[in-house]
Design a protein around this ligand. Structure first.
Ligand code: DGJ
Length: 723
C-alpha cells in the first residue's frame, strides 16, 4: 500500500520515495520528509525549546514551535511567521485562522480536478490519493489537501481544494498548490528565464537567506519564466546528488518562491500568483488550486528529468498521439510568411513529398482578408480568393500529393479590423478600458464569457469539419494587459486572470475531445506558453520561434529538464537564420532539429538539389529512428551552458539501441579532444558503433575519445546497437 496512516503519521511511498508528515498534538500538520525512501516510524521531529520572540503553543506535555517546525500547508496569522501558503478574509472582517486536522480519507487512484489539467491514472491500482481535511472552526473554511503517489514514479502530486462550509462569504487572497519545508542545508535552485525567441535559459543560483524565486504576471505561463523549478543539493549535477523538480500544471500567472528564514530551512512554494488575484467563495462553494508535481531523484538532475518525461508522456498527455511517433512536417511560415497563394503552397508541398515529408502545415494568413498581422483574427473562414479555392480543395490537392494537411489558428485573439470585432467589441478583454494597448495589433477575447467560448468552439469546429485536417497549430501572440471583464462584478475582478485560463481549458477540452484524430501543437509566439497544463490538451509544443541551430541547443536543453522531448516541435529553417542572422550548416540544423517532433520551415522550392538530397537523407534517418527519439530514455551528456558543445542520447527501454547526438555551439580551431561518457546503457552488454565493438562498461566508465576528425565536425549522430 503506498499510503499508510499509523501513530498520527502519514507515509506515502513507493520504492524510490517517501513523503511523510504527522498530525501534531494540537492537530497541526507538521511535515517530516519528502525525498528518498525512509521508515517513517524512525523519524522524530524536534520538540519544544523556548527562545525569545518565539510564539509557542502551550499544550500540556506537547508544546512546540510552529515557526521552526516543517509545516505542510502553512496559513497566515499563526506563530509560523514564514511565508504562508494560504491567506484569506471573511466578509465580516475576520482574517485570522487556525486550521486543524479534521479528517482524512485514502482512496485508490487519483480523482480528476474538474476544469483543470492534471496527471491521471489509467487504472486505479496505479496510484493512491490521500485527501486530508483541515478546518478553521470559526469561519467554517475547510481545506482539502490532496496528495497522490504512484507505484511507478518518484513523484508526488499535490493540490488543495478550499471549501466554504460557513455562512459568510470568504475571499481567498492566496492559495498555493504546494508548500514544502526542507531541512537547513546547502542548496541551489534552477529556473528558466527568457523572452521571445530565447526562452527557457537555464540559470542556477545558490539558495540564500530571504525570499527568492520567480513569477509570471503576463496572464499566461509566459516566456519570461517557465512554471518549473529545480531545487537541488549544492553538489548535485546531471548524474549525481539529490534533485527535486517542481512543475506546476497551469498555464496562467504562476509564482515559485523559496524563502529561507531565521532557522535557515528553505520553504518552497508554487501556485497561482497572488498578483491581482482574489476569489470569492459564497457559502457552499469551493475552489481548486492547480496541481503541482514534485519529482525526487537521487540520480542528479538527469534522473529527475527522466521521471518527468515518463510521467508527462504517459500520464499527462492524452489521446492517440501522446506516445506515438509524429509525422514529419513542413510549415510554410518562414517560407512565405503572409505572401502565398495556392500555386506557391502546392509547389512547396510537391518538393516536400519528394523528400519524404508527411504533413503540410498552412500557417497564418489563410482566413478573412489577412495578408499582414493587422487584421482578421476572429474571422475563421477561408480566404478563398487567396487560396484559389476552399480549404477542402486545398487539403485535397495536398493529400493528392501524398501529404496530410494541417492548419494554424489563433483562437483566443481578435483584430480590431475584423468582422467579429465589428459585431462584438465588448468581447475583448478590458473592454471598455485599455483598448489603446495592443500587442501585435491584436486584442484578446474574453474567455471568461461563455458566449465567447461557445462561438470559438463552434467556429473552429466548423473549419475542422470542413476539410481533411489532421493537425492544428494553436497559437497565441500577446500577453494580457487590462485584466478586466465587463461580465464580472466589481468585487470579482480579482478572479479574471484565473477565470480566463479556466475558459481556455474549457475551449481546448471541447475542441480536442471532439477531434481525437487531430494532432494539436500548442504555440505562443513560440514558447510563451510552454507548460505542463498545455500538454494535457496538446501533446506537442512549438517551444520557440528561434530556429537557429545554435540558440536552439540552449532552448532545447532548458526545456528538456522537465518536458518530454516528444513534445518539442523542432524545425530546420533557412540560413541566414531569420531570428539571429546566423549561418549554420544543413547538417547542424538537421541534427539539432531531429531532437523532438521533426519538421521543416523554409521554402523548399528555393533549395539546391544537393541540399534537398541531404534533407531526404535526414528525413529517412529520422523515420528509421523516431521511435527511439519519441519514446527513448533521454540522457544529457554535455551542456551548451558549460561548454562549446551539446550532446545527448536516447536509449531504448531494453537498452539494446541508443542514439548519441553531438553538436557544437561554437567552432574552435585546433579543438581540445573531448571524451564523451555515455549513459543509460547496459554495462553487461556489448555494443557496435561505427563498425567497432565496445562494452557498455567502457562506454559509460571510460567513454569515447572523439578523434580529431569528429571534433572538427559541427555535429554527428551515432547509432549504437547491442549484440
Ligand atoms: C508566431 C508563431 O510562433 C509562428 O510560428 C507563426 O505561427 C506566427 N506566429 C504566425 O503569425
Amino acid at each position: 500500500m503506498p499510503i499508510e496512516f499509523k501513530n498520527n503519521k502519514f507515509h506515502l511511498y513507493n520504492d524510490k520515495i517517501s513523503y511523510a508528515f504527522e498530525i501534531g498534538a494540537d492537530k497541526d500538520i507538521l511535515g517530516i520528509h519528502f525525498g528518498g525512501r525512509i521508515i517513517a516510524d524512525d523519524v522524530n521531529e524536534e520538540k519544544y525549546s523556548a527562545k525569545s520572540f518565539q510564539c509557542v503553543k502551550m499544550l500540556e506535555g506537547a508544546a512546540y514551535r510552529l515557526g521552526v517546525f516543517n509545516s505542510d500547508y502553512p496559513t497566515a496569522t499563526t506563530p509560523d511567521f514564514r511565508i504562508p501558503a494560504f491567506e484569506a478574509e471573511v466578509k465580516s472582517g475576520k482574517n485570522c485562522f487556525s486550521f486543524k486536522y479534521k479528517e482524512h480519507k485514502i482512496i485508490k487512484g487519483k480523482p480528476e480536478i474538474v476544469g483543470l489539467p492534471a496527471v491521471y491514472t489509467e487504472n486505479e491500482n496505479e496510484a493512491e490519493t490521500l485527501i486530508l481535511t483541515l478546518l478553521d472552526a470559526d469561519s467554517g473554511i475547510e481545506i482539502d489537501l490532496h496528495y497522490s503517489v504512484f507505484n511507478d514514479f518518484a513523484a508526488i502530486c499535490r493540490h488543495s481544494v478550499i471549501k466554504n462550509t460557513g455562512s459568510d462569504r470568504v475571499i481567498i487572497k492566496n492559495a498555493q498548490s504546494i508548500s514544502l519545508d526542507k531541512p537547513a542545508g546547502k542548496y541551489d535552485y534552477i529556473h528558466f528565464p527568457g523572452s521571445w525567441a530565447r526562452e527557457k535559459q537555464l540559470r542556477r543560483h545558490p539558495v540564500h537567506e530571504g525570499e527568492q524565486g520567480f513569477e509570471s504576471r503576463v496572464g499566461s505561463s509566459g516566456n519570461i519564466e517557465n512554471p518549473f523549478m529545480v531545487f537541488c543539493d549544492r553538489n548535485a549535477d546531471e548524474n549525481i546528488g539529490e534533485a527535486y523538480g517542481l512543475s506546476l500544471i497551469y498555464s496562467g500567472n504562476h509564482k515559485f518562491t523559496i524563502e529561507c528564514g531565521e532557522f535557515e530551512k528553505p520553504r518552497i512554494q508554487a501556485g497561482i500568483n497572488p498578483f491581482m488575484f482574489s476569489w470569492s467563495l459564497e457559502s457552499g462553494e469551493e475552489f481548486s488550486t492547480p496541481e503541482a508535481v514534485m519529482v525526487y531523484s537521487d540520480e542528479g538532475i538527469g534522473g529527475m528529468s527522466r521521471t518527468f518525461h515518463r510521467l508527462y508522456r504517459s500520464r499527462l498527455c492524452r489521446g492517440k498521439f501522446k506516445e506515438a511517433v509524429r509525422p514529419i512536417l513542413i510549415n510554410n511560415w518562414e517560407a512565405t510568411y503572409f505572401d502565398f497563394d495556392m500555386h506557391k503552397l502546392i509547389g512547396i508541398a510537391e518538393k516536400a513529398a519528394a523528400i519524404g515529408i508527411e504533413l503540410f502545415v498552412l500557417d497564418d494568413g489563410w482566413f478573412g482578408k489577412r495578408n499582414s498581422d493587422t487584421c482578421s483574427l476572429g474571422d475563421w473562414y477561408a480566404n478563398e480568393e487567396k487560396l484559389g479555392g476552399t480549404l477542402k480543395t486545398l487539403a485535397e490537392e495536398i493529400n493528392k500529393r501524398g501529404l496530410e494537411f494541417g492548419l494554424w489558428f489563433e483562437p483566443e485573439m481578435i483584430s480590431e479590423d475584423s468582422d467579429l470585432y465589428r459585431a462584438h467589441p465588448d468581447w475583448v478583454i478590458g473592454f471598455p478600458y485599455g483598448l489603446e494597448l495592443q500587442g501585435r495589433r491584436q486584442h484578446i477575447l474574453d474567455f471568461t464569457k461563455k458566449e465567447v467560448r461557445d462561438y470559438i468552439v463552434d467556429t473552429i469546429s466548423a473549419v475542422l469539419k470542413s476539410a481533411n485536417i489532421t493537425y492544428v497549430k494553436w497559437d497565441k501572440n500577446r500577453h494580457v494587459t487590462t485584466p478586466y471583464s465587463n461580465s464580472l462584478p466589481a468585487d470579482k475582478q480579482g478572479e479574471f486572470y484565473h477565470r480566463n485560463v479556466l475558459g481556455l481549458y474549457d475551449v481546448m477540452e471541447r475542441i480536442t475531445s471532439a477531434f481525437p484524430d487531430i494532432l494539436f501543437e500548442s504555440c505562443s509566439g513560440g514558447g510563451a506558453r510552454n507548460d505542463a497544463g498545455m500538454l494535457y490538451y496538446m501533446p506537442q509544443t512549438w517551444i520557440s520561434d528561434d530556429t537557429d541551430a545554435v540558440m536552439r541547443q540552449y532552448i532545447q536543453y532548458g526545456a528538456s529538464l522537465v518536458y518530454p522531448v516528444s513534445s518539442f516541435g523542432s524545425h530546420v529553417s533557412a540560413v541566414p537564420n531569420h531570428q539571429t542572422g546566423r549561418v549554420t550548416s544543413l547538417s547542424l540544423r538537421g541534427t539539432v532539429a531531429m531532437n523532438g517532433a521533426f519538421g521543416y520551415e523554409l521554402d523548399l522550392t528555393k533549395q539546391t538539389e544537393e541540399d534537398l538530397n541531404k534533407m531526404k537523407e535526414h528525413v529517412e534517418f529520422y523515420k528509421a529512428e523516431r521511435e527511439l527519439v519519441i519514446g527513448g530514455d533521454y540522457y544529457r551528456l554535455l551542456s551548451p551552458y558549460e561548454s562549446r558543445y551539446s550532446s545527448w542520447m536516447y536509449v531504448s527501454k531494453d537498452k539494446n539501441e541508443a542514439l548519441v547526438y553531438y553538436a557544437v555551439t561554437t567552432v574552435l580551431p585546433n579543438n581540445p579532444i573531448v571524451r564523451l561518457k555515455l549513459r543509460g546503457l547496459d554495462k553487461n552488454k556489448y555494443y557496435t558503433l561505427n563498425g567497432r565493438r565496445y562494452s557498455g562498461k567502457t562506454l559509460m566508465n571510460y567513454g569515447l575519445d572523439m578523434n580529431l576528425e569528429d571534433i572538427q565536425r559541427e555535429c554527428f549522430i551515432w547509432k549504437l546497437k547491442a549484440e
